[in-house]
Design a binder for this molecule. Structure first.
Ligand code: GLN
Length: 492
């Protein structure tokens, strides 16, 4: 079969169960596509062909024996921020270029346990800091829709791999938009779960109070399958929440939109940098949801102006603390011929970290230092609480909140935006992490350059199932999610 990469997760699961094809055939098919097409996309940092085929054979044996999980034998790609035992985990950094973790992240272990086949590790902005994936030590990844454009970031490799059909599903992480924005730039569905829904154990920390892993795929239904595997409490992560997990697939339903109250924040649609095409596509998608039975309600989110400054104090503050562990002593990059211990620290960190990571460590260290702590860090924490309260007030009147995922479509590679310009591009995604809420991106059309546009739906705590169902129903009534980039249409 030459078109195995066009099948949805449900179709793959059924095809494997009915022995229409084996996991080995499917895995070889994806590995062949990666070998032929990834030199153009550059989504993979590491391809684990040999191990993938061994995992595929194990899945085939389980399928034959009749005791396989629904996802057994289906390939996936992991963002290179999830620790993988025996396979290098770089977090997109020179600092970890040769790091091989002695253990698997919980997300990786859970994927393995059900028989998902790891194709490899995909590119990302260094330590998940960025919005283009250009901050990777391993170089930029291309957007499959236009190879001279970025796929977004920081989970740009995950998005590009799925959008080019070089993996059917991928894991991503989202600290301030890193699942939703690349999903938006690449025409995919991506879910950022409620903080605490997915274990952070073995997920290399950027900003611990904001980081959350989640699925990236071609549809809400495909995301639901992966959520069923990765969601849940983990005693190894004290911030993971011990709360029942939904069966996200079984709960996908066709009536989620009827009577749904969707809040439209006035402030969001008046943002200066909001591109006219993005605005138009998002408004059209809301119109469609209205035709399907939703009720659109104008709401106020008065803290909008505070999102970017609040996030860009708290996230760097936490990063400066988390990244202090990379000291050249225990693991990671170590400079040559250090004169003394101070020289070892200084040069290992200056040579091992890229410019954006160093910028954030400096900002974060400053914000946490004696004399500035109250003025910056403590104040940002207070504003963070006000942002959360703003959302909770809104949810008294609406079920979900609609927004663009990003004010623009994908930038040109090398556009070289200033840090502040880049940070402003995160305006629609940051607050969700500050409040710990779940949110989803769904593709809703294209701009004048044929680049994908995304709609973001923000839910109340633990509403993952509802968000997936709404987008699932939207996708049953529209075909944006079925559109493929030209490179994905190539047969190899
Ligand atoms: N673009 C944001 C940043 O640079 C968000 C990144 C993320 O979610 N990991 O921090």
């Amino acid at each position: 079969m030459t078109d195995l990469h066009r099948l949805s997760i449900r179709e793959l699961s059924e095809g494997l169960k009915q022995a229409q094809f084996s996991s080995r055939e499917l895995t070889e098919h994806y590995l062949k596509r990666i070998a032929h097409l990834d030199p153009k996309v550059k989504s993979y940092v590491t391809v684990t062909a040999e191990q993938a085929l061994a995992e595929a054979d194990a899945a085939d044996a389980a399928l034959k024996a009749g005791n396989a999980h629904a996802l057994a034998g289906i390939p996936l790609a992991h963002k290179d921020i999830f620790c993988t035992q025996g396979i290098k985990t770089t977090a997109g950094s020179k600092m970890l270029d040769n790091f091989i973790s002695p253990y698997d992240a919980t997300v990786v272990a859970k994927a393995k346990a059900v028989g998902l086949v790891t194709l490899g590790k995909v590119n990302m902005d260094e330590f998940a800091m960025g919005s283009t994936s250009e901050n990777s030590y391993f170089g930029a990844t291309s957007n499959p829709w236009a190879l001279d454009r970025v796929p977004g970031g920081s989970s740009g490799g995950s998005a590009a791999a799925v959008a080019a059909d070089l993996a059917p599903i991928a894991t991503g992480t989202d600290t301030g938009g890193s699942i939703r924005q690349p999903a938006s730039f690449c025409g995919l569905t991506g879910l950022k779960p409620t903080y605490g829904r997915v274990s952070r154990f073995g997920m290399i920390a950027y900003a611990s109070s904001l980081d959350q892993g989640g699925p990236m795929a071609r549809s809400a239904a495909d995301c639901a399958y992966l959520m069923n595997v990765i969601a849940g409490h983990d005693s190894k992560d004290s911030t993971s929440v011990n709360k029942d997990v939904d069966d996200y697939v079984a709960k996908l339903n066709g009536t989620a939109v009827k009577g749904l109250r969707i809040g439209i924040p006035k402030q969001y649609f008046n943002v200066a940098g909001l591109d006219a095409d993005v605005k138009a596509r998002v408004e059209e998608s809301l119109k469609k949801l209205e035709e399907m039975g939703a009720i659109l309600v104008e709401i106020d989110l008065n803290m909008t102006e505070a999102y970017v400054p609040t996030y860009y104090l708290i996230a760097p503050a936490e990063a400066s603390s988390n990244l202090s562990r990379y000291d050249g002593v225990r693991y990671g990059y170590r400079c040559d011929n250090p004169k003394d211990i101070l020289d070892l620290y200084k040069r290992s960190r200056s040579e091992g970290f890229g410019a954006e990571v160093q910028r954030r460590i400096l900002i974060g260290t400053y914000a946490l230092s004696a004399g500035y702590y109250d003025a910056y860090y403590v104040k940002a924490q207070k504003v963070r609480r006000l942002i959360q309260q703003d959302f909770l007030k809104a949810f008294e009147n609406v079920d979900v909140i609609a927004a663009p995922s990003a004010p623009t479509t994908a930038y040109k590679i090398g556009a070289n935006l200033s840090p502040t310009e880049m940070y402003l591009g995160d305006i629609y995604t940051l607050a969700v992490n500050l409040a710990g809420l779940p949110a989803i991106n769904a593709p809703v059309g294209f701009d004048k350059d044929s680049l994908p546009v995304g709609l973001q739906l923000i839910g109340n705590y633990w509403s993952e199932s509802q968000l997936l169902s709404i987008v699932h129903q939207y996708q049953q009534n529209t075909d944006w999610h079925t559109k493929r980039a030209a490179i994905a249409e190539e047969n190899v």
